[in-house]
Ligand binder design. Structure first.
Ligand code: C5P
Length: 230
């Protein structure tokens, strides 16, 4: 069965005003990602403000700490009404399992980040001390995360097929690095179009600049949603 791929607009801005203006201009989109930048500036109130506008919030704070702390933070994310939030798979099974237990009676779902796409194989070996390449570490960490209780995985478009093969059909796969053909690449190198990511098995795509920097953002949202449905 063909999966329906959802669009998430990232709120990569510094102020509540800019965040709510972005929610307004991307009104056709039902998911918004709040990351470390906006959350550190505006705190939980901005999550509540986006939710008050009837939108789903993906809280992308990438928790990585001892299990007890991550469990408490995960519960806080669920209590705040975030429908999705991220943690680092490299925090280990106990940390992920503790997060899962903390949100078990809610409809908040956990996404695990495997290896940050900004890390090269050289950096992984020399700085992080990992004896694996990213191509080896990503499926290993994806499997570990799902076995420990994560509901899904965040990965780059070129990792979708590998992650899907590793975790099977059920877990969510969420991917940034998406560029419609009509959009500028900006600083993204290995991109896919919304359609390609959907065909590769992504459940949700994160798009920011092609929408927020478009001369007609509502039109950009409409075009992406149309492409996902096509
Ligand atoms: O503007 P653009 O669509 O490139 O934004 C993509 C979003 O996804 C940004 O919030 C960016 O920080 C995030 N992201 C990414 N690449 C990753 C991980 C996260 O672009 N590997």
């Amino acid at each position: 069965m063909k999966r329906r791929t959802e669009l998430i607009t990232g709120l990569d801005v510094d102020t509540r005003e800019d965040a709510l203006a972005a929610v307004e201009i991307a009104a056709e989109c039902s998911w918004f990602k709040i990351g470390a930048q906006l959350f550190t500036r505006c705190g939980p109130a901005v999550v509540e403000a986006v939710r008050d506008r009837g939108k789903n919030v993906f809280l992308d704070l990438k928790y990585h700490d001892i299990p007890n702390t991550v469990a408490s933070a995960s519960r806080a994310a669920a209590d705040l009404g975030a429908k999705l939030f991220t943690l680092h798979a490299s925090g280990g099974k106990a940390m992920i399992a503790a997060a899962r237990t903390a949100v078990e009676d809610t409809d908040t779902r956990i996404l695990a980040v495997t290896v940050l796409t900004s890390l090269t194989d050289d950096m992984l070996r020399q700085e992080v001390g990992l004896p694996e390449t990213a191509a080896e570490a990503v499926p290993r960490l994806a499997r570990l995360a799902v076995e420990a209780g994560a509901h899904g995985i965040v990965c780059s478009p070129r990792e979708i097929a590998m992650v899907r093969e590793t975790v099977g059909p059920a877990p969510l796969i969420v991917t940034p690095g998406i560029r419609p053909r009509w959009a500028s690449k900006d600083d993204q190198a290995r991109i896919m179009t919304p359609r390609e990511a959907a065909d590769a098995g992504a459940d949700m795509i994160v798009v920011v600049r092609p929408i927020l920097k478009h001369e007609n953002p509502p039109e950009a949202v409409r075009l992406i949603l149309e492409e996902l449905q096509g």
